[in-house]
Design a protein around this ligand. Structure first.
Ligand code: GDP
Length: 210
């Protein structure tokens, strides 16, 4: 008798994001799923912890591949939440050990996606809390602000710092974000310690539900 009377406690649960499944990989927009519905994309410097963040937010280990050889993927991975909504894993940038040509290909693919994808509603940006705002991060941030799309920053691997030190970085990042005329928010995050996952899920859920 108690069945089916509970209302979902969060946007995230309403969406059943844990049912998200791999949809396809694409080397360009031409081979991407049709540009309809709603997408939230994840982006960040190689090794910033993007794959780990996607897996812990979705709640499925191994969905996005975590890699010990960063910078190798020059593809966009699409995950399907439901037939209207997708989560997008964009290629990591800023890895020193790839060729100039590969770097250019990654930048080209990122700008192609960010510039033209109509169904993109917001961007999650991963930055290692010990190295926030590299020049690549700032370039990307300014680019997305120019597109007037919201950004939510995950300061990843916050388990590497004390709680106090992590919050200091967060305050500093928030100060810098206040300079931008756009919806830019930030939080501390640890996939390893499952810290900040609920907060990230609420932002993702709000964006995906529109
Ligand atoms: P990506 O290249 O941005 O997708 O990064 P990955 O998710 O593959 O992670 C890069 C490296 O950072 C891996 O060695 C992970 O184990 C490590 N890592 C990712 N998230 C965390 C975290 O929350 N805490 C710690 N300490 N390490 C992490």
């Amino acid at each position: 008798l108690l069945m089916s009377t509970t209302t979902p406690s969060s946007l995230y649960e309403q969406l059943k994001i844990h049912h998200t499944a791999f949809l396809k990989s694409a080397p360009n927009l031409y081979h991407s799923p049709l540009d309809v519905g709603i997408e939230v994309a994840f982006v960040g410097r190689s090794n910033a912890g993007k794959s780990s963040a996607i897996n812990s937010i979705i709640g499925r280990q191994g969905l996005a591949k975590t890699s010990k050889t960063p910078g190798r993927t020059q593809i966009i991975n699409y995950f399907q939440v439901d037939d209207q909504r997708r989560i997008v894993d964009l290629p990591g940038y800023g890895y020193a050990k790839v060729s100039h040509k590969t770097k250019e290909q990654i930048e080209q693919l990122l700008s192609e996606y960010l510039n033209h994808r109509q169904c993109l509603v917001g961007l999650f940006m991963m930055m290692d809390i010990r190295q926030p705002f590299t020049s690549n991060d700032l370039n990307l941030l300014e680019y997305v602000v120019g597109l007037q799309k919201p950004i939510h920053i995950l300061l990843t691997k916050c388990d590497k710092l004390s709680r106090g030190a992590a919050n200091q970085v967060l305050n500093q990042v928030n100060k810098e974000l206040a300079c931008y005329d756009a919806q830019c928010t930030a939080q501390t995050f640890s996939a390893l310690k499952h810290f900040g996952v609920e907060q990230a899920r609420e932002t993702l859920g709000a964006w995906l539900l529109g």
